[in-house]
Design a protein around this ligand. Structure first.
Ligand code: G4P
Ligand code: NA
Ligand code: NA
Length: 191
């Protein structure tokens, strides 16, 4: 998606340890017009999938997920993060390990907002190691839900996250695909 790539080229900052800082439009301040275009693009890419619900994880997944839900005319549910969790019967829960923060979080979604009839699209801001998406897939499995697609704003193709999705034969659409972040601050996109 050219609009997104241009935005990343103009405003993205390469940090150590292969981290791309995009807090000017995605991870802190949010660019609503860009998010709206992103939502419409996800809707276009998954229009034949009869999506009934969009799932994401708080916090940075919410903006693109809501715009996808708007464009697809379906509700959006975000998994909540908890450091630890007292057992509750009315939640689907999964473990998510963060390589960047080296912590394990639990994410959970209330059973009230998932139905085994749902056909869901998973949306997230970044695909790096795939831990967040794996957690959502675990929750979908526990709920007996079909995952019809995964929509990612920025994929770092040099990390292993896409494997998680491809291994399950799920359609993966990443709107910007970055193949390298160089030591001198360059951002290289896949062709
Ligand atoms: P993974 O889900 O793909 O495995 O991501 P990983 O554990 O490697 O990263 C943990 C957090 O860092 C996630 O956000 C993920 O979206 C984010 N992240 C990964 N790579 C980058 C990057 O290059 N740039 C930025 N800005 N973020 C990156 P999170 O902890 O769930 O935080 P949030 O959603 O509350 O923002
Ligand atoms: Na995220
Ligand atoms: Na993030």
């Amino acid at each position: 998606m050219k609009l997104l790539e241009d935005k990343i080229r103009n405003e993205g900052i390469v940090l150590p340890h292969n981290v791309l800082k995009v807090d000017g439009f995605l991870n802190h301040q949010v660019d609503p017009e860009l998010m709206f275009e992103i939502g419409k693009e996800f809707a276009r890419l998954f229009k034949d999938k009869d999506i009934t619900k969009v799932l994401t994880v708080e916090s940075s997944g919410i903006a693109p997920a809501v715009m996808a839900g708007l464009a697809l005319n379906v509700p959006v549910v975000f998994a909540r993060k908890h450091k630890s969790l007292t057992l509750t019967d009315d939640l689907f829960t999964a473990e998510v390990y963060s390589y960047t923060k080296q912590t394990t979080n639990h994410i959970s979604i209330s059973k009230r907002f998932l139905s085994s009839q749902d056909r869901v699209l998973l949306v997230d801001d970044f695909l790096a190691n795939g831990q967040a998406i794996s957690g959502l897939l675990d929750i979908a499995d526990a709920a007996g839900i079909d995952v019809e697609g995964v929509g990612i704003v920025i994929e770092k193709t040099f990390q292993r996250g896409s494997q998680v999705v491809r291994d399950r034969g799920i359609q993966l659409e990443s709107l910007a695909r970055i193949k390298a972040l160089t030591d001198d601050g360059q951002i290289e996109f896949e062709k």
